[in-house]
Design a protein around this ligand. Structure first.
Ligand SMILES: [Zn+2]
Length: 184
């Protein structure tokens, strides 16, 4: 296993639409190793998700997990998941707003509107079909990661850039609880 280098905003790979993966490709040892490395990288940087383009791999693959996350203690945990070729369909027009950060945009946070609930259709790490409905924080993380696979970042989804802030100022002026200064 290895910790992978994370691409930062400005690297063209983050703006490319990633290529889908076939079942045969998913099952290859190098893809399985990539998945293990992406999980290790996500854990190393205490992220709740990581998409292929963020580690310079322009393929439709992302990992996510939120298990009693130190920065999201009140959130429903998300079990470790691998999603490949994900397609999201909003359940309704209802949107929710919350703060988002990104490993590829270190030291920033911004209020980002997202669909409150989405249907996810994807393949898993063994090529198995995933079809589920996600709500709230889970739905938010899925939208954030799927955006990465389509060349988008959360800044593109913000409708009011005046909330964009550095983490230190976010802790000082916006956060009421225990300050947190690590990037997500
Ligand atoms: Zn991100």
């Amino acid at each position: 296993m290895a910790i992978l280098k994370v691409a930062r905003l400005g690297h063209p790979v983050l703006r490319r639409v990633a290529e889908p993966m076939s079942r045969a490709e998913i099952l290859r040892p190098e893809t399985q190793r990539l998945i293990d490395d992406m999980v290790e990288t996500m854990h190393e940087y205490i992220g709740v998700g990581l998409a292929g383009p963020q580690v310079h791999v322009s393929r439709q693959i992302a990992v996510l997990e939120c298990d009693a996350h130190p920065r999201h203690p009140d959130m429903t945990p998300i079990p470790l998941m691998v999603i490949i070729n994900p397609v999201l369909t909003p359940i309704s027009d209802e949107k929710a707003t919350d703060w988002e950060g990104c490993l590829s945009i270190p030291d920033f946070r911004g209020v980002t509107p997202r669909y409150a609930a989405v249907r996810l259709e994807a393949l898993g790490r063994k090529g198995e079909r995933i079809d589920l409905v996600a709500k709230d924080f889970f739905a938010r993380v899925l939208q954030h990661e799927t955006d990465h696979l389509n060349g988008k970042v959360y800044l593109d989804r913000m409708d009011d850039l005046t909330t964009l802030c550095h983490l230190q100022e976010w802790s000082r002026f916006w956060l009421r609880e225990e300050p947190e200064q690590e990037p997500e």
